[in-house]
Design a protein around this ligand. Structure first.
Ligand code: ADP
Ligand code: MG
Length: 501
């Protein structure tokens, strides 16, 4: 899929919380998340990945051969139920499947199986992270994905790939409870973290496993909601934010000019950073919804639901709270480990990694080394570093206990990332000669050398310039190759300078 970076001036214009005084923005999101499963929602083969050759993951049912019948995939039902429970939605004892008809080449049956009238779950909410807002969930439903079609430029061919056709999606529809583009972005990120944490999907906007349509309206403060437009297929959080901001501006400008906003479905042109009409309400297709005669109602009994409840993994918000309570971590650090801000902790893997590492070192120090030092060196979760939790824990402890300086700790970490091995951190310290200069005579030697080599600074210090001391401390640290502790250097320099007077 094409990825776009916006020109900086445009990004600046729309990145901030775009708000027109006197007006209020209302946003509701419809999210389609692909559910991970070995099989499709109603048929066998599953599209293993984006790398599969076209049309190699297609069963006769996916291609709508006559006589083929759907069988619901229980794993997908479980995933949807887990999502519903995580959102506090009420799982319906009975839900049904409908056919939504439209004619497009990537939909061989001429209809999509979805749950319009009796979805699998109703209600619930998602608590945002950057504000106190709880966005209410309207409903959650199971449905099939379509195939992919592509028109080849300057040719009369239309290429169809049915690998994706019939994949399981869960659609999560929010109530119109968000009030800014930032809140919409927060909602998306929070939902992505939840899906990954539950292990039910990858939730990547960029590869299409998490797709989002935004409904937007504006009204004057204190009045009733305005007419909404729906913007289709936004494929990054950045696009979502910019599309909402441009759309809000368009609505306000239209209303200020004395015109009315028409209810429409719109697309978003990333290059021109504006939305454009796709179809008006009058052109809305008639989907001719019908119950799917081949699928009996989906019945979920209390025993199954109870089993799901008891086997739910710990959710990001609960993990965050527990990390703060159990290990005295700051909220920011706990968030980073729980994956609610980074989205890295798939299935809570980063949390497990931290908890194992924290058996070998002081927890707050271990968390700091993971979040602030190891994280920036990686593209993925901590386990991908091939450094064992034990080694990180021991390294953090060497620094925490004052064995080595923070700077030396960094050198050791870089060595560990570059040379995967089982070498104990203390042995890496010895190999790299990073033992702390605790030997007073050695430190004194380095400080004396500094005073000799920086006569101008010594002079300034004598005439009352205290700040120049920082420069001298830095100089000695470099002489020690980071193995001398700044506080020890400062004390030594002060006493030498005092004696010289
Ligand atoms: P429909 O039944 O026509 O699909 P819904 O009531 O299901 O409409 O709403 C679809 C989406 O539009 C939901 O996400 C909802 O939150 C959102 N929405 C509804 N009214 C508004 C509004 N006035 N402004 C912004 N979004 C809205
Ligand atoms: Mg809809």
């Amino acid at each position: 899929m094409r990825r776009v970076s916006f020109a900086p001036h445009i990004w600046r214009r729309y990145a901030s919380n775009y708000h027109v005084p006197g007006w209020e923005t209302v946003i509701g999101l419809e999210v389609h998340a692909q559910l991970k499963s070995q099989a499709k929602l109603f048929s066998g083969p599953f599209s293993g990945g984006l790398d599969d050759a076209p049309n190699t993951r297609v069963s006769p049912f996916d291609a709508a051969f006559p006589g083929t019948l759907p069988i619901v995939n229980v794993q997908c039902v479980e995933s949807a139920v887990r999502m519903a429970l995580a959102l506090g939605a009420s799982v319906q004892q009975k839900s049904t499947f409908d056919r939504k008809h439209y004619f497009y080449p990537d939909l061989p049956a001429g209809y999509q199986i979805t749950q319009k009238y009796a979805p699998i779950a109703l209600g619930g909410f998602l608590a945002l992270h950057k504000s106190e807002r709880r966005v209410r969930i309207k409903q959650l439903q199971l449905e099939q994905d379509t195939g992919k079609s592509r028109s080849e430029a300057e040719s009369s061919y239309h290429a169809i790939d049915l690998n994706r056709a019939g994949n399981a999606l869960v659609e999560i529809v929010s109530e119109p409870d968000m009030r800014s583009a930032e809140e919409a972005a927060d909602y998306v990120r929070t939902l992505q973290a939840l899906i990954r944490n539950l292990g039910v999907g990858d939730a990547q906007m960029e590869d299409g496993s998490f797709r989002c349509d935004a409904n937007i309206s504006v009204h004057r403060e204190g009045q009733t909601f305005g007419t909404r437009c729906e913007i289709k297929n936004l494929n990054s959080v950045k696009s979502l934010v910019v599309a909402i901001s441009t759309e809000v501006a368009r609505h306000v400008e239209t209303l200020l000019a004395g015109s009315a906003v028409m209810q429409e479905t719109r697309g978003f042109d990333e290059m021109r950073t504006q939305t454009y009409p796709l179809r008006s309400k009058e052109d809305a297709p008639d989907y001719r919804y019908l119950p799917d005669a081949n699928l009996p109602p989906l019945l979920i009994d209390q025993g199954f639901l109870e089993h799901m409840r008891q086997t739910m993994p710990e959710l990001p918000d609960a993990i965050e709270a527990r990390l703060q309570r159990q290990y005295s971590l700051s909220q920011l650090t706990a968030k980073a480990l729980a994956g609610s801000s980074t989205g890295y902790s798939i299935n809570g893997t980063d949390v497990q990694y931290f908890e194992r590492a924290a058996q070998y070192g002081h927890p707050t120090s271990v968390a700091n080394w993971l979040v602030n030092e190891l994280r920036p060196l990686l593209q993925s979760d901590f386990a991908s570093s091939s450094i064992s939790p034990e080694r990180i824990g021991l390294l953090a402890e060497l620094v925490h206990s004052g064995e080595i300086t923070y700077a030396s700790g960094r050198t050791v970490l870089h060595d560990m990332v570059q040379h995967p091995s089982d070498e104990r951190p203390a042995d890496v310290v010895a190999r790299l000669g990073l033992q702390k200069v605790s030997n007073a005579s050695h430190l004194e030697e380095l400080c004396k050398r500094c005073l000799e080599e920086l006569p101008a600074e010594v002079e300034k210090y004598r005439t009352g310039n205290e700040r120049v001391l920082n420069k001298m401390v830095g100089y000695v640290r470099r002489l020690s190759q980071g193995t001398a502790e700044p506080a020890a250097i400062t004390n030594m320099l002060r006493s030498l300078l005092a004696n010289e007077k």
